[in-house]
Design a protein around this ligand. Structure first.
Ligand code: ATP
Ligand code: MN
Length: 483
């Protein structure tokens, strides 16, 4: 007989009927009991809601009931009855309880009390059993699903770009080396440098920092594609927005100019956020309250103007502000924090790179809505971005979100071979290594565009979690690779 004849708690809450006999399996959140009755709050992860299981201590062996403790995994069988308590409309009257896995209450680290997010990071192997992390990971799933649904419905094709690559031409960040060489005794070349010709790939290789370049190759054949895969950057920045391993979504489209690209990115972000609002209602209600409690503990000037749900609705219902880098610099130069020298990096001249304090000023104080910043100076952007006619700027776009800063980076790509190679020369990017990329500009080139969305930053925005380490199951950051 199959072991699993259980019904999920979500399903039970949606459509269970009084009088039905059901089997539930899940983890005990709490047990309250006296001589006559034991109330067990059971959670199986299918929903944020626990289901109330009611047992008669005189009908269940004492030995078993004793092992029903917080964290234990149990199988219960019984009948759905109308609940007499106020917290739920139905509950389960227990016929049998089976202990699937005990959890010694003296040793189980998760107690039915509030633990700090910092502490929970140290027990990442268990933290998904909390309401907060259960909610975060269900929302994360819904967003990932919405990403695929959005692109699939639009006729985009999902391309799996390589994780191991030989180029860091994009210069997006420090890379992680991939090697099978003996680090204690590496082969050396004539000059005494490590001889990568002896390595597995017979040249230097690293983990990918972006799938864009390969994505462009695919767009030159399938017209509209996207990638959604792991991305690695060995940036040694311990911020609340950076991971060493994160997931990036990179659509790339033939026949799109910069404006088409902006329209797509805006529509896409509004779609996936609306999807979460529609399908993750209970989890977002919980996260909305959690964020409000967290906010209440902050200083008045650091509290957000809107609650989480309000903010999500606002973003789906209002157009993003679109301004050029040049306009942004004017706003920033004349801003209060710049004049009063409150910024850590003062904005003095056109050409300055924008720091996250500037991005957040524009979004949170000035416009109070998402901002698409376009047409950056070419000096602070990548070689592959389309050069504008002014000779100074490129057709880049960054999308800035409240509380997050940059969530998307993208551009129209330079499809003119002469302009592209000239820029590569200026930046000392070797053309030989990029021969395959350059061939798309020789054979059937066309205007095309794309962007990269950091998936964890999106999950942060939607869940209201302040630290990126709390929206990925097992975060990798400098010094952290446990689990
Ligand atoms: P930042 O300036 O915030 O470091 P970036 O300019 O390096 O970002 P891009 O190279 O444009 O970012 O990457 C595209 C998107 O990937 C970013 O907009 C962001 O959402 C996400 N991203 C970049 N680096 C990281 C990281 N280390 N951890 C998580 N997400 C990241
Ligand atoms: Mn970066």
């Amino acid at each position: 007989m199959a072991f699993n004849k259980r019904i999920k708690i979500k399903h039970l809450l949606d459509s269970g009927k009084v009088g039905e006999q059901v089997t539930l399996m899940g983890w005990v959140r709490t047990k309250r009991s006296n001589k006559n009755v034991a109330f067990i709050a059971l959670n199986d992860g299918s929903t944020i809601h626990n289901y109330q299981v009611v047992a008669d201590p005189n009908a269940i062996s004492e030995d078993i009931l004793k092992k029903v403790t917080t964290g234990a995994c149990i199988k219960v069988q019984g009948e759905i009855v109308a609940s007499q308590g106020s917290g739920q409309s139905t509950e389960l009257t227990v016929k049998t309880i089976e202990i699937l896995g005990e959890a010694d209450p003296e040793k189980y680290p998760l107690q039915p009390k509030k633990h700090s997010l910092e502490f929970l990071r140290e027990i990442a192997h268990l933290r998904m059993r909390t309401n907060t992390f259960g909610a975060v990971f269900r929302v994360r799933h819904a967003l990932a699903f919405a990403v695929h649904k959005y692109f699939n419905d639009k006729g985009f094709f999902y391309i799996h770009t390589p994780i191991i690559t030989a180029s860091d031409a994009e210069g997006a960040g420090e890379t992680f080396r991939v090697t099978t060489l003996d680090l204690k005794n590496p082969p050396l070349d004539e000059k005494g440098n490590i001889d990568y010709r002896e390595d597995f790939f017979e040249r230097e290789a690293n983990l990918t920092v972006s799938g864009q370049l390969e994505g462009e190759l695919a767009a030159m054949a399938l017209s509209e594609i996207y990638t959604f895969g792991p991305t690695f950057r060995a940036e040694n920045s311990n911020t609340t927005r950076h991971l060493a391993e994160f997931w990036m979504i990179e659509p790339e489209m033939a026949f799109y100019d910069a404006e088409d690209n902006q329209d797509l990115a805006e529509n896409f972000l509004q779609y996936v956020i609306s999807y979460a609002l529609e399908y993750c209602k209970d989890d977002l209600d919980f996260l909305d309250k959690r964020a409000a409690e967290e906010d209440a503990g902050k200083k008045a000037d650091q509290r957000s103007d809107m609650g989480l749900l309000e903010r999500l609705q606002f973003v789906t219902q209002n157009d993003f502000e679109r301004i050029t880098y040049t306009e942004a610099i004017d706003i920033l130069r004349n801003s209060k924090p710049n004049k009063k020298k409150k910024f850590n990096y003062l904005i003095e001249e056109w050409g300055a790179d924008l720091q996250s304090e500037h991005e957040r000023f524009l979004v949170e104080n000035h416009f109070k809505k998402p901002v698409i910043l376009t047409d950056y100076p070419k000096e602070i952007k990548s070689f592959y971005m389309k050069q504008n006619d002014d000779g100074k700027t490129v057709a880049a776009m960054d999308i800035l979100f409240p509380g997050i800063g940059e969530i998307v980076g993208g551009s129209q790509r330079e499809e003119r071979l002469d302009k592209l190679t000239q820029r590569m020369d200026e930046l000392d990017i070797p053309q030989e290594e990029m021969w395959w990329y350059l061939e798309t500009r020789k054979f059937g080139a066309t205007p095309h565009s794309g962007f990269g969305l950091g998936f964890e930053r999106l999950v942060q925005f939607v869940t209201g979690m302040g630290n990126i380490r709390d929206v990925i199951a097992f975060p990798r950051t400098p010094g952290n690779v446990e689990f």
